[in-house]
Design a protein around this ligand. Structure first.
Ligand code: CUA
Length: 339
């Protein structure tokens, strides 16, 4: 496409032409809900863009008329009767245009709003609880053994509707994965719901979208849309308890973990650590980020996070646990076995 045509298409269609794809953008929808929202976005862009250009056009025309030679102004005024019907027609047309534009916006908004509230058959049920500043994710199931808890990472099967139940443990947060749907607030004492039907495989980034304190910006999460079989394998694995460490270093790490303050906040299913104040770490090593998207999940960053949580995320509830370097290395070695 020639460059000028591409630019025009970009302005009119509002993206999708070049440079609008990504893991955190509303212009690259990967679910039914985000696709509906994109329709509103494009409609608003076209309707408001046309009105804006018309207003600017009339303004330019008025300015041009006002700058005509003085002689014209001194000329006798045309008969008022000749000008008025044209003015009246112009105003009527203008009002009609505004009403039509508002009608289009209202109708599209109404239809999209309805489609966002629809939930497909046999939805996957997930409960997300926002905390300062991380996300607890609970997969619900008919049997207690089907339920499991994870943190800061959701997996969704392709083409299956999911209903996400949204809670807040402390202040108001907002759950937002632009590629999948719009924002929905998580409000203490209230339950909100969001439906998502993913239509494209991939990993997307979600972000808290309501200012919730110091580390609001570092309250992100990952959403992975898997083929149904991969999702099922992931689910089965997540239900399982953590496997016992094998190497001497990791065995020592587990011993340090369960004898230090770590157990006051974290749970590792299958061990003595059973607290739920902080993120569940049963399968920590299977996640791509730590500290709610603040750092990638690798050895160096895990060490940095445990050694100095306040340095990474000032204000975080995670305290600095006094570990010597041998203990720190061992704990990280152990955490990395929690696949
Ligand atoms: Cu949670 Cu902003």
């Amino acid at each position: 496409m020639p460059r000028r045509a591409q630019l025009v298409a970009l302005l009119v269609l509002g993206g999708g032409v070049a440079g609008c794809s990504g893991v955190q953008t509303a212009l690259d929808p990967a679910a039914d809900q985000a696709a509906s929202i994109e329709v509103i976005w494009r409609t608003m862009l076209v309707v408001c863009g046309v009105m804006y250009l018309l207003v600017l056009g009339f303004l330019a025309w008025a300015l041009w008329r006002a700058r005509r030679p003085a002689a014209v102004d001194d000329a006798p005024l045309p008969a008022e009767t000749a000008a008025e019907p044209a003015l009246a027609r112009g105003l009527t047309g203008w009002v009609a245009l505004i009403v039509a534009g508002l009608l289009v916006l209202t109708t599209v908004s109404f239809l999209v709003d309805r489609s966002l509230a629809e939930v497909g058959p046999d939805p996957l049920k997930i409960k997300v609880t926002a905390n300062q500043w991380w996300w607890q994710v609970e997969y619900e199931g008919d049997a207690p053994t089907d339920r499991f808890t994870t943190a800061n990472e959701l997996h969704l099967p392709l083409n299956r509707p999911a209903v996400i139940e949204l809670h807040a443990a402390d202040v108001i947060h907002s759950f937002w994965v632009p590629n999948l749907s719009g924002k929905t607030d998580l409000i203490p004492g209230r339950t909100n719901y969001m439906a998502v039907t993913p239509r494209r495989l991939g990993a997307f980034r979600g972000q808290c979208a309501e200012f919730c304190g110091f580390e609001h910006a570092k309250m992100a999460f990952d959403v992975v849309v898997d083929p149904p079989r991969t999702f099922e394998a992931w689910r089965r694995h997540q239900i399982q308890s953590a496997s016992d460490p094998v190497t001497a270093e990791a065995v020592y790490g587990k011993q340090v973990f369960t004898s230090q303050a770590c157990v006051m906040c974290h749970r590792i299913q299958g061990t003595d650590a059973g607290a739920t104040v902080g993120p569940d770490l049963t399968h920590l090593a299977s996640r791509s980020h730590i500290a709610a998207g603040a750092l990638p999940n690798d050895t160096g960053d895990l060490q940095a996070w445990i050694a100095d949580p306040q340095g990474v995320k000032p204000g975080t509830a995670m305290p600095r646990v006094a570990l010597n370097s041998g203990q720190l290395n061992a704990v990280v070695d152990y955490l990395e076995t929690l696949k």
